[in-house]
Ligand binder design. Structure first.
Ligand SMILES: Cc1ncc(COP(=O)(O)O)c(C=O)c1O
Length: 383
């Protein structure tokens, strides 16, 4: 491959390009249209109306009411607000063992402040083991907050959030349930009522909107405590002048997702299966980490035998993908998400996350699979 040839992008779980419709919606707000939504004059009123329209689009995508959507500076901030803002004082929090650091590191920070944090184990299929959760609940008098990711960012495993919410509320009726929906919203249907969550994180740059903006859904009557203090925007929960262009882009991305989600999910799932079939046919012993039945339709997580993921990618320069946090060279056990799933370290070392998106077509899958097979072969011939 020539150095200047564009790589085949299979890293849509890291971020997505801003869609042309989204860019078009944003552009006026980076040019001839401006205004502070808090201003009472026509400029301010126009900006406030644009923010309100975007809020409605995001609410519609997840089955919420517009007033239940609070804009934040992204997913990390929404997760922090959900955990820090929902329970006053030291409490008992359950999180899964496969949370994104935006939740797990926040929980760690709460632990340092005296909260009790319990990690829920996952099974070998990448999902929280519901049967084990019942035993864990039996060991604790109450649960104040449950936070379980809707779909895992590295593996694509869709978690049994609704089941867990029901189980935890059976034990503590008033328990608050949060889910980090960063990877799920826009890729699969997500409805806050069906999930049974009080709080849901939504991220613009994972669904073809701009980075730097996200939202926290907060169920009607629930009152969060702010982490920032200032001018009272977002009804005092997240003060600071709204980034109108980003919010408008986020709203356009949500509208696009709502219009096209079903078709895109089916199309990408088919391509994902083509990718898996081509890799499995040529790489004996390749391991598919998450069964298709509960995987995000765009994500294929695999472990290649006898090699290390970063070396495969280095030998496959045509492909832009990622490896995740599978294994550190100096540790005898798999770490991170794959370690939590109990994968043997030598298998986890060969991990690759291949995530497809709107720009992926059949030709890209054929070229990418050929390149990855060549990369794997080059390494195994060396060994
Ligand atoms: C599951 C999950 N949560 C949170 C985040 C953080 O979102 P942001 O980059 O908008 O802070 C990400 C982004 O990688 C993610 O995948």
């Amino acid at each position: 491959m020539r150095d200047d040839a564009p790589q085949i992008y299979l890293d849509y779980n890291a971020t997505t390009p801003v869609h042309a419709d989204v860019r078009e919606a944003m552009l006026p707000w980076l040019g001839e249209r401006w205004g502070n939504p808090s201003s009472g004059h026509s400029y301010g009123r126009a900006a406030a109306a644009a923010v309100a329209e975007a809020r409605g689009e995001i609410a519609a995508l997840i089955g919420a009411a517009p007033e239940e959507i609070f804009f934040t500076g992204g997913g990390t901030e929404a997760d922090n607000l959900a955990l820090f803002g929902s329970v006053p004082g030291p409490a008992h929090v359950l999180i899964s063992a496969v949370e994104h650091p935006a939740v797990s590191a926040t929980a760690e920070a709460l632990g340092e402040r005296g909260w009790t944090i319990t990690s829920l184990p996952v099974a070998a299929d990448g999902r929280v083991a519901v049967s084990e959760v019942e035993a864990i609940l039996g060991e604790h008098a109450r649960v104040d907050l449950l936070s379980v990711i809707t779909a895992q960012n590295e593996t694509g495993a869709i978690q049994p959030v609704a089941e867990l919410a029901q189980l935890v509320r059976g034990r503590t009726p008033g328990a608050i349930v949060h889910s980090d929906g960063a990877q799920a919203v826009g890729k699969i249907p997500v409805d806050v009522g069906a999930l049974g969550v009080d709080l849901l994180t939504v991220v613009s740059h994972k669904l073809y909107g701009p980075a730097g903006v996200g939202a926290l859904y907060c169920r009607g009557e629930l009152r969060l405590r702010p982490r920032l203090f200032g001018g009272g925007q977002e009804r005092g929960l997240r003060p600071g002048t709204e980034p109108v262009a980003l919010i408008v882009g986020f709203g356009a991305a949500a509208a696009l997702a709502r219009r096209t989600l079903a078709g895109e999910a089916a199309r990408q799932e088919k391509l994902r299966e083509l990718l898996w079939g081509r890799l499995a046919a040529k790489i004996p012993g390749i391991y598919r980490t998450i069964p298709a039945a509960h995987s995000l339709p765009n994500t294929l997580h695999v472990c290649l035998p006898g090699v290390r993921g970063p070396e495969v990618l280095a030998r496959s320069p045509a492909v832009a993908a990622s490896v995740g946090s599978a294994c550190h060279s100096d540790q005898p056990v798999a770490v991170g998400v794959l370690g939590a799933m109990g994968l043997p370290p030598e298998l986890a070392a060969g991990a690759l996350r291949l995530s497809l998106g709107r720009g992926t077509d059949r030709d890209a899958i054929i070229r990418a699979s050929d390149a990855l097979v060549r990369g794997w072969r080059a390494l195994t011939e060396l060994n």
